[in-house]
Design a protein around this ligand. Structure first.
Ligand code: PEP
Length: 249
Protein backbone atom coordinates (compact mmCIF):
# COMPACT_ATOMS: atom_id res chain seq x y z
CA UNK A 1 0.00 0.00 0.00
CA UNK A 2 1.54 3.34 -1.06
CA UNK A 3 0.92 5.92 1.68
CA UNK A 4 -0.95 9.15 0.96
CA UNK A 5 0.05 12.50 2.41
CA UNK A 6 -2.69 15.06 1.81
CA UNK A 7 -2.68 18.77 2.59
CA UNK A 8 -5.90 20.56 3.55
CA UNK A 9 -5.51 24.30 3.01
CA UNK A 10 -8.97 24.97 4.51
CA UNK A 11 -10.14 28.57 3.83
CA UNK A 12 -6.62 29.79 3.14
CA UNK A 13 -4.95 30.69 -0.12
CA UNK A 14 -5.09 33.36 -2.81
CA UNK A 15 -3.61 33.19 -6.29
CA UNK A 16 -0.24 34.36 -5.00
CA UNK A 17 -0.04 31.30 -2.75
CA UNK A 18 0.22 29.03 -5.79
CA UNK A 19 3.92 29.88 -5.55
CA UNK A 20 4.01 27.32 -2.71
CA UNK A 21 2.83 24.68 -5.16
CA UNK A 22 5.52 25.67 -7.63
CA UNK A 23 8.08 25.24 -4.84
CA UNK A 24 6.61 21.86 -3.89
CA UNK A 25 6.71 20.71 -7.49
CA UNK A 26 10.34 21.74 -7.82
CA UNK A 27 11.26 19.90 -4.61
CA UNK A 28 9.47 16.70 -5.65
CA UNK A 29 10.88 16.69 -9.15
CA UNK A 30 14.40 16.88 -7.70
CA UNK A 31 13.71 14.00 -5.33
CA UNK A 32 10.53 11.92 -5.79
CA UNK A 33 8.26 11.30 -2.81
CA UNK A 34 7.86 7.84 -1.29
CA UNK A 35 4.10 8.37 -1.14
CA UNK A 36 1.18 9.77 -3.09
CA UNK A 37 0.92 13.53 -2.53
CA UNK A 38 -2.33 15.50 -2.65
CA UNK A 39 -3.03 19.18 -2.01
CA UNK A 40 -6.60 20.34 -1.34
CA UNK A 41 -6.71 24.12 -1.84
CA UNK A 42 -9.93 26.15 -1.62
CA UNK A 43 -12.27 25.51 -4.55
CA UNK A 44 -11.36 28.86 -6.12
CA UNK A 45 -7.82 27.62 -6.75
CA UNK A 46 -8.43 24.03 -7.88
CA UNK A 47 -8.22 24.64 -11.63
CA UNK A 48 -5.13 26.83 -11.37
CA UNK A 49 -3.52 24.47 -8.85
CA UNK A 50 -4.11 21.47 -11.12
CA UNK A 51 -2.42 23.33 -13.97
CA UNK A 52 0.45 24.32 -11.70
CA UNK A 53 0.95 20.78 -10.34
CA UNK A 54 1.14 19.37 -13.87
CA UNK A 55 0.84 15.82 -12.52
CA UNK A 56 3.76 16.15 -10.06
CA UNK A 57 1.15 15.71 -7.31
CA UNK A 58 -2.62 15.47 -7.22
CA UNK A 59 -5.15 18.18 -6.43
CA UNK A 60 -8.24 17.60 -4.32
CA UNK A 61 -11.19 19.49 -2.87
CA UNK A 62 -12.43 20.00 0.68
CA UNK A 63 -16.15 19.25 0.28
CA UNK A 64 -18.78 18.50 -2.35
CA UNK A 65 -22.55 18.53 -2.71
CA UNK A 66 -24.25 15.11 -2.95
CA UNK A 67 -26.12 16.00 -6.17
CA UNK A 68 -24.49 16.33 -9.60
CA UNK A 69 -26.25 19.61 -10.47
CA UNK A 70 -29.35 21.64 -9.64
CA UNK A 71 -30.75 24.58 -7.69
CA UNK A 72 -28.23 24.59 -4.83
CA UNK A 73 -26.86 28.13 -4.81
CA UNK A 74 -23.28 28.34 -3.70
CA UNK A 75 -22.66 24.58 -3.69
CA UNK A 76 -20.20 22.68 -5.86
CA UNK A 77 -20.75 19.14 -7.15
CA UNK A 78 -18.21 16.35 -7.28
CA UNK A 79 -18.51 16.40 -11.09
CA UNK A 80 -17.57 20.10 -11.12
CA UNK A 81 -14.54 19.39 -8.94
CA UNK A 82 -13.45 16.60 -11.26
CA UNK A 83 -13.96 18.90 -14.25
CA UNK A 84 -11.77 21.54 -12.58
CA UNK A 85 -8.91 19.06 -12.16
CA UNK A 86 -9.52 17.44 -8.75
CA UNK A 87 -8.97 13.72 -8.27
CA UNK A 88 -10.07 13.51 -4.63
CA UNK A 89 -12.36 15.22 -2.14
CA UNK A 90 -12.35 15.39 1.64
CA UNK A 91 -15.79 14.66 3.10
CA UNK A 92 -17.00 14.89 6.69
CA UNK A 93 -14.17 17.01 8.04
CA UNK A 94 -14.96 17.85 11.68
CA UNK A 95 -15.16 21.56 10.76
CA UNK A 96 -17.95 20.72 8.28
CA UNK A 97 -19.67 18.57 10.89
CA UNK A 98 -19.30 21.29 13.56
CA UNK A 99 -19.95 24.51 11.62
CA UNK A 100 -22.32 23.21 8.93
CA UNK A 101 -24.17 20.57 10.95
CA UNK A 102 -23.20 17.75 8.61
CA UNK A 103 -24.38 14.35 9.80
CA UNK A 104 -22.95 10.92 9.08
CA UNK A 105 -25.65 10.34 6.47
CA UNK A 106 -24.77 13.64 4.75
CA UNK A 107 -21.16 12.47 4.68
CA UNK A 108 -22.15 9.09 3.20
CA UNK A 109 -24.12 10.86 0.45
CA UNK A 110 -21.09 13.03 -0.32
CA UNK A 111 -18.78 9.98 -0.43
CA UNK A 112 -21.19 8.33 -2.89
CA UNK A 113 -21.16 11.53 -4.97
CA UNK A 114 -17.36 11.50 -5.00
CA UNK A 115 -17.37 7.91 -6.32
CA UNK A 116 -20.03 8.74 -8.93
CA UNK A 117 -17.72 11.46 -10.26
CA UNK A 118 -14.64 9.23 -10.16
CA UNK A 119 -13.00 10.96 -7.19
CA UNK A 120 -11.23 9.39 -4.22
CA UNK A 121 -13.32 10.11 -1.11
CA UNK A 122 -11.28 10.95 2.00
CA UNK A 123 -13.81 10.29 4.75
CA UNK A 124 -13.00 11.98 8.08
CA UNK A 125 -13.95 10.65 11.49
CA UNK A 126 -12.73 11.45 15.00
CA UNK A 127 -13.73 11.84 18.61
CA UNK A 128 -13.92 14.98 20.76
CA UNK A 129 -11.79 15.31 23.88
CA UNK A 130 -14.85 14.73 26.09
CA UNK A 131 -15.55 11.49 24.24
CA UNK A 132 -11.94 10.35 24.63
CA UNK A 133 -11.98 11.24 28.34
CA UNK A 134 -15.23 9.29 28.72
CA UNK A 135 -13.59 6.22 27.17
CA UNK A 136 -15.95 6.17 24.18
CA UNK A 137 -13.50 7.07 21.39
CA UNK A 138 -13.56 3.59 19.81
CA UNK A 139 -17.32 3.39 19.90
CA UNK A 140 -17.74 6.93 18.46
CA UNK A 141 -15.24 6.42 15.65
CA UNK A 142 -16.65 2.97 14.84
CA UNK A 143 -20.18 4.28 14.54
CA UNK A 144 -19.10 7.37 12.53
CA UNK A 145 -17.23 5.06 10.19
CA UNK A 146 -20.18 2.74 9.79
CA UNK A 147 -22.70 5.50 9.08
CA UNK A 148 -20.42 7.74 6.97
CA UNK A 149 -19.43 5.04 4.47
CA UNK A 150 -21.79 3.73 1.78
CA UNK A 151 -21.68 0.02 0.95
CA UNK A 152 -19.23 0.07 -1.95
CA UNK A 153 -16.08 1.34 -0.25
CA UNK A 154 -12.94 -0.07 -1.83
CA UNK A 155 -9.23 0.60 -1.61
CA UNK A 156 -9.32 2.44 -4.94
CA UNK A 157 -12.11 4.86 -4.10
CA UNK A 158 -11.78 5.54 -0.37
CA UNK A 159 -9.32 6.66 2.26
CA UNK A 160 -10.25 7.18 5.91
CA UNK A 161 -8.82 10.12 7.87
CA UNK A 162 -8.78 9.56 11.63
CA UNK A 163 -8.67 13.08 13.03
CA UNK A 164 -9.28 13.46 16.76
CA UNK A 165 -11.18 16.78 16.96
CA UNK A 166 -9.09 17.88 19.94
CA UNK A 167 -5.85 17.44 17.97
CA UNK A 168 -6.83 19.61 14.98
CA UNK A 169 -4.96 22.90 14.98
CA UNK A 170 -4.07 22.59 18.69
CA UNK A 171 -0.49 21.30 18.56
CA UNK A 172 -1.64 18.30 20.64
CA UNK A 173 -1.48 14.75 19.32
CA UNK A 174 -2.52 11.40 20.81
CA UNK A 175 0.27 9.13 22.06
CA UNK A 176 1.79 6.77 19.50
CA UNK A 177 0.01 3.92 21.27
CA UNK A 178 -3.36 5.65 21.06
CA UNK A 179 -2.91 6.39 17.34
CA UNK A 180 -1.87 2.79 16.61
CA UNK A 181 -4.75 1.39 18.70
CA UNK A 182 -7.35 3.55 16.94
CA UNK A 183 -5.99 2.72 13.49
CA UNK A 184 -6.11 -1.00 14.36
CA UNK A 185 -9.71 -0.56 15.53
CA UNK A 186 -10.65 1.24 12.30
CA UNK A 187 -8.98 -1.50 10.22
CA UNK A 188 -10.90 -4.18 12.12
CA UNK A 189 -14.20 -2.32 11.54
CA UNK A 190 -13.44 -1.95 7.81
CA UNK A 191 -12.49 -5.62 7.36
CA UNK A 192 -15.56 -6.78 9.29
CA UNK A 193 -17.81 -4.84 6.93
CA UNK A 194 -16.02 -4.93 3.57
CA UNK A 195 -13.90 -8.09 3.82
CA UNK A 196 -10.29 -8.54 2.70
CA UNK A 197 -10.59 -5.71 0.15
CA UNK A 198 -10.60 -3.33 3.10
CA UNK A 199 -7.02 -4.20 4.00
CA UNK A 200 -5.95 -1.91 1.15
CA UNK A 201 -7.96 1.13 2.29
CA UNK A 202 -5.52 3.74 3.54
CA UNK A 203 -6.15 5.08 7.03
CA UNK A 204 -4.60 8.53 7.37
CA UNK A 205 -3.87 10.20 10.68
CA UNK A 206 -4.72 13.91 10.96
CA UNK A 207 -4.31 16.45 13.73
CA UNK A 208 -1.27 18.65 14.35
CA UNK A 209 1.07 16.71 12.06
CA UNK A 210 4.21 18.78 11.57
CA UNK A 211 7.78 18.24 10.39
CA UNK A 212 8.96 17.33 13.90
CA UNK A 213 6.45 14.51 14.50
CA UNK A 214 5.65 13.31 10.95
CA UNK A 215 8.17 10.49 10.57
CA UNK A 216 7.26 8.98 13.92
CA UNK A 217 3.50 9.08 13.23
CA UNK A 218 3.77 7.97 9.60
CA UNK A 219 5.72 4.87 10.55
CA UNK A 220 3.23 3.60 13.15
CA UNK A 221 1.40 0.36 12.30
CA UNK A 222 -1.73 0.82 10.16
CA UNK A 223 -0.96 4.51 9.52
CA UNK A 224 -1.27 4.79 5.75
CA UNK A 225 -0.48 8.46 5.50
CA UNK A 226 -1.51 11.82 6.92
CA UNK A 227 -4.04 14.59 6.45
CA UNK A 228 -2.23 17.82 7.22
CA UNK A 229 -3.83 21.21 7.84
CA UNK A 230 -1.73 24.20 8.90
CA UNK A 231 1.63 22.64 8.08
CA UNK A 232 0.59 22.03 4.46
CA UNK A 233 0.44 25.75 3.64
CA UNK A 234 4.18 26.19 3.27
CA UNK A 235 5.96 24.00 0.74
CA UNK A 236 9.04 23.54 2.94
CA UNK A 237 7.01 22.25 5.90
CA UNK A 238 4.81 20.06 3.74
CA UNK A 239 7.81 18.60 1.94
CA UNK A 240 9.47 17.84 5.29
CA UNK A 241 6.32 15.93 6.30
CA UNK A 242 6.28 14.04 2.99
CA UNK A 243 9.92 13.03 3.59
CA UNK A 244 8.77 11.37 6.80
CA UNK A 245 7.47 8.50 4.65
CA UNK A 246 10.21 5.91 4.22
CA UNK A 247 10.98 5.34 0.55
CA UNK A 248 10.54 1.60 -0.21
CA UNK A 249 13.36 -0.06 -2.15
C1 PEP B 1 -7.10 19.20 9.41
O1 PEP B 1 -7.76 20.22 9.45
O2 PEP B 1 -7.46 18.26 8.69
C2 PEP B 1 -5.89 19.14 10.23
C3 PEP B 1 -5.36 17.96 10.43
O3 PEP B 1 -5.40 20.32 10.72
P1 PEP B 1 -3.99 20.55 11.48
O4 PEP B 1 -2.96 19.72 10.78
O5 PEP B 1 -3.74 22.02 11.35
O6 PEP B 1 -4.19 20.10 12.88
Amino acid sequence: MRPLVAGNWKMNGLGADLAELAALKAALSGRPAGCDVLVCPPATLIAKAAGQAGGAFAIGAQDCHPRASGAFTGDISAEMLKDAGASAVIVGHSERRQFHGETDSDVAAKAAAAWRAGLLAIVCIGETSAQRDAGTANHICGSQLDASLPDDAMAGNTAIAYEPVWAIGTGRTPSDGDIAAMHAHIRACLVRRFGEEARGIRILYGGSVKPSNAAQILNLPEVGGALVGGASLKAADFEAIIRGVKVQD
